[in-house]
Design a protein around this ligand. Structure first.
Ligand code: ADP
Ligand code: MG
Length: 225
């Protein structure tokens, strides 16, 4: 049901129009950002003025992220199907996310087999891993670990992310992946929508198990290639 809903949304004329508007908004925002940066370099500014400028820059960046996520969702499916070494991509993404993880007192523990090969788009699959890892880290406000496993299993590469976070209720789990569903104050609610879409286009499967107060397991299966 979720994927059908998503597809219908995606190809609607309104969605196309919204995407072109979102795209147009990026140019004036770049101008504003440029001028704000020039202002930031002024030595005569008071502490308050400096603070206001840096908050404005942060909010501009947040707007940019929202727009980029929206555009990624609205864009036609162009993901390539190249042979890629998933082991390397997963190890690189884990390394990339480690600073964010440490900042939030969490650990990333990996057991990733070598030479796991699939067909897909390296940039897109990296995006899926970043989204899942980010959610896992954000689900553990008082620390914990994410266990990352990857191996071959009956013609599929199986990738598993298990966190020790707050988990989800049945109702929350049912809404996961719906466009703009978020329980976070500054969430976009698009991370999982985009991720489900990418996995589906790679002819993969994604399964989520979650228990409130215990944690969540994301399991991804991608055909070996
Ligand atoms: P966002 O992170 O911007 O809120 P997502 O699509 O990435 O949007 O996630 C949607 C919602 O799903 C989150 O707001 C959160 O409530 C829930 N969620 C996703 N991953 C996890 C997880 N690992 N543990 C607990 N809740 C999660
Ligand atoms: Mg997210």
């Amino acid at each position: 049901l979720m994927h059908d809903l998503h597809k219908a949304e995606k190809f609607s004329a309104i969605s196309q129009l919204a995407a072109s508007v979102a795209h147009e908004i990026r140019n004036p925002m770049t101008t504003i950002r440029g001028f704000m940066q020039v202002l930031q370099g002024d030595r005569n500014l008071s502490d308050d003025q400096n603070l206001f400028i840096s908050i404005s820059l942060q909010e501009l960046d947040r707007t940019q992220t929202i727009i980029n996520n929206f555009l990624a969702l609205a864009k036609p499916n162009t993901g390539s199907m190249n042979p890629i070494d998933l082991s390397t991509i997963l190890k690189e993404t884990t390394a990339f996310m480690r600073s964010y993880s440490h900042l939030r007192n969490t650990e990333l523990v990996e057991a990733i087999d070598n030479s796991l090969c699939i067909k897909g788009d390296a940039h897109e699959i990296r995006q899926v891993f970043v989204n899942i890892l980010k959610n896992g880290i954000e689900a553990m406000p008082s620390g914990g670990s994410i266990y990352i496993l990857a191996k071959v299993d009956k013609g599929y590469v199986r990738i598993q992310f298990r966190d020790e976070g707050i988990g989800m209720t049945k109702e929350q789990l049912a809404r996961l992946g719906h466009p703009y569903y978020s329980t976070k104050e500054k969430g976009t609610g698009l991370g999982m929508t985009i991720s489900y879409d990418i996995i589906q286009r790679m002819r993969g499967k994604i399964k989520v198990e979650s228990e409130e107060g215990k944690g969540t397991i994301f399991m991804i299966l991608l055909p070996c290639g």
